[in-house]
Design a binder for this molecule. Structure first.
Ligand code: UDP
Length: 236
């Protein structure tokens, strides 16, 4: 078995990460390449739990004029579509995968049960958490923080389209400075936008490190697990 820095992880995949080069929906090639990397992680002995976002279909805050709870419920349903797509891609390459959803829909996925999720991980199955935490007004980043605390994951890998956290938007500003290390409180006080303040404070309270890295190169996931310095680490 190869040397690994983290034994149990939460991999947070935003909806955007599953859309690849598209602005909307799912990109099958992208999903398949992520599945391949997850397979490598599992082969290295890493217990992988995934939290999926839904922004490639819908975000609660996009529902202008809509009742916020209804709009957020729609967003949570979007995460289920993504979870099933990911599960399908992983099972096609023989990764044992379970989807657990925080909103019960027993015909298509298991309900979220913490002890069962841990058992799946111990048996080498990949667990995908869908429907966020099951409540409106929260995000899937907060879900990643909560599930990480619950299942005692050692780290959250936050896969983004940029290669870390910058002091301003690197696409708009060529002089944007990338941080290698940041404290939780800096993320919150500077309003860095890498994750919402609820997610950042939950990680701070529970001392869960977050590594923000670029998923355009899926090999980065493996590098992070081996302990290479990639992207930005957010910690105490
Ligand atoms: N959402 C929610 N409660 C949760 C998680 C998500 O209501 O616990 C809704 C919310 O509307 C959010 C949408 O689901 O905008 C999609 O999640 P998110 O925006 O976090 O997805 P990502 O940006 O990671 O693709």
């Amino acid at each position: 078995m190869q040397s690994i820095k983290y034994k149990r992880i939460i991999l947070k995949l935003s909806g955007e990460a599953l859309a690849g080069v598209k602005d909307f929906g799912l990109d099958q090639d992208t999903i398949e390449s992520i599945a391949e990397k997850v397979k490598e992680l599992a082969a290295m002995g890493v217990e992988v739990a995934i939290v999926v976002g839904g922004g490639n279909f819908w975000r609660g805050r996009s529902g202008k004029g809509m009742d916020r709870t209804t709009a957020d419920n729609m967003g949570m349903l979007a995460t289920v579509i993504n979870a099933l797509a990911l599960q399908d891609a992983m099972e096609r390459i023989n990764i044992a995968t379970r989807v657990q959803t925080a909103i019960e829909m027993r015909q298509i996925a298991e309900p979220y049960i913490r002890r069962k999720a841990i058992r799946h991980l111990e048996k080498g199955r990949v667990v995908i958490f869908a429907s966020g935490i099951g409540n409106p007004y929260f995000s899937t980043d907060t879900t990643a923080a909560l599930r990480a605390a619950e299942i005692e994951a050692e780290v959250i890998l936050l896969a983004k389209k940029v290669d870390g956290v910058y002091d301003c938007d690197p696409v708009e500003n060529k002089n944007a400075k990338k941080y290698e290390v940041l404290s939780y409180i800096d993320v919150i006080n500077k309003g860095l936008g890498v994750m919402d303040s609820t997610a950042a404070s939950l990680c701070m309270d529970n001392k869960i490190p977050i590594i923000v890295f670029n998923l355009n190169n899926p090999d980065n996931i493996i590098k992070v697990i081996k302990g290479e310095t990639i992207g930005t680490i957010v910690k105490e």
